[in-house]
Design a protein around this ligand. Structure first.
Ligand code: C2E
Ligand code: MG
Ligand code: MG
Ligand code: MG
Length: 281
């Protein structure tokens, strides 16, 4: 009986594994054509000044709505694209769209906004990534400081010469660098000696229980002080509740991002959100 059960369990797991593999290779195939089609789009999540509650920036987040499968989570297909190298062309498409949209927002009067774009390691490894960035800024006639690039601690820890060079070059051009998901990676902070960054984005897992867990509260408050001592701006990700906002206000976190203020929205929704919040002032 146990043998039978074990066997069934085994076939259950292989089926599950097979399903995962099939989905992955399907995603891989579909991704090649999706980049050129309208299936892939960007949505934007407002980044809000903690004190004034004004929208000061936007994080670009990629979305893939497949006609048959529906919405495929960003984490899932980004991982596939990173593995097979498609992230380089997908990432280029994302940067082109984000800067084009930002230019549009500046033109209709929201010229104080910056855009923050997530990067993958493979994009930074690509030899002409920095010239792509300068070209796109020039083409859209945007100053470099309106672009922030988000890298994770794992990218920041990369000791490859060309990656370090790229990050330094981007800083020289005037592009801002943010460390995303701060606090959950390999928590070495030595990379902060190698190159200067502008922003720390505290991972949402800290914000999740910052108002209920004293350990998290102490740690988060220490992270904010640490960042400020290094002259870095702090963004809290995943702010969903008033208690969390209250803590972040009290501890002088500079910027907040999360469902409490706004989820990621389409470009059209963003424009009306901006119009509404500016008429409130
Ligand atoms: P991330 O860069 O840390 O982005 C923040 C994620 O948190 C987004 O998930 C966002 O929708 C979600 N989020 C925002 N506010 C809240 C909140 O209040 N509560 C909770 N629980 N979640 C919130 P999303 O869009 O699914 O993206 C997931 C991850 O996929 C991103 O994490 C990023 O690592 C990656 N990703 C997304 N877009 C891109 C992209 O254009 N390029 C690259 N390389 N990676 C991307
Ligand atoms: Mg991010
Ligand atoms: Mg990210
Ligand atoms: Mg993050």
């Amino acid at each position: 009986d146990a043998k039978k059960k074990g066997k069934n369990q085994f076939s259950f797991y292989t089926t599950k594994l097979e399903q995962q593999r099939t989905r992955k290779s399907k995603i891989e195939q579909m991704l090649r054509t999706a980049i050129e089609s309208k299936e892939i789009s960007l949505c934007y999540q407002p980044i809000v000044d903690t004190v004034s509650k004004r929208i000061i920036g936007l994080e670009a987040l990629v979305r893939w709505n497949h006609p048959e499968i529906g919405e495929i989570p960003a984490n899932e297909f980004i991982a596939v694209a990173e593995e097979n190298g498609l992230i380089v062309s997908l990432g280029k498409h994302i940067l082109m769209t984000a800067l084009h949209d930002l230019k549009h927002l500046h033109e209709i009067g929201f010229d104080h906004l910056y855009v923050s774009v997530n990067l993958s390691l493979r994009q930074l490894r690509h030899h002409d990534f920095t010239s792509l960035i300068s070209q796109l800024l020039q083409k859209n006639k945007l100053q470099a400081n309106y672009l922030e690039l988000e890298i994770t601690e794992n990218i920041a820890l990369c000791d490859e010469k060309n990656v370090i060079y790229s990050i330094q070059k981007l800083k020289d051009i005037g592009v801002r660098i943010a460390i995303d998901d701060f606090g959950i990676g390999h928590s070495s902070i030595g990379y902060l000696r190698t190159f200067s960054v502008d922003t720390l984005k505290i991972d949402k897992s800290f914000i999740f229980d910052v108002a209920t867990n004293p350990n998290t509260a102490h740690l988060t408050s220490a992270l904010i002080t640490f960042a400020h001592n290094l002259n870095l701006q702090v963004v809290a990700e995943g702010v969903e509740k008033a208690e969390q906002l209250h803590f972040l206000e009290q501890h002088h976190c500079d910027k907040i991002q999360g469902y409490l203020f706004s989820p990621p929205v389409s470009f059209e929704q963003l424009v009306s959100l901006l119009h509404n919040s500016s008429s409130q002032c």
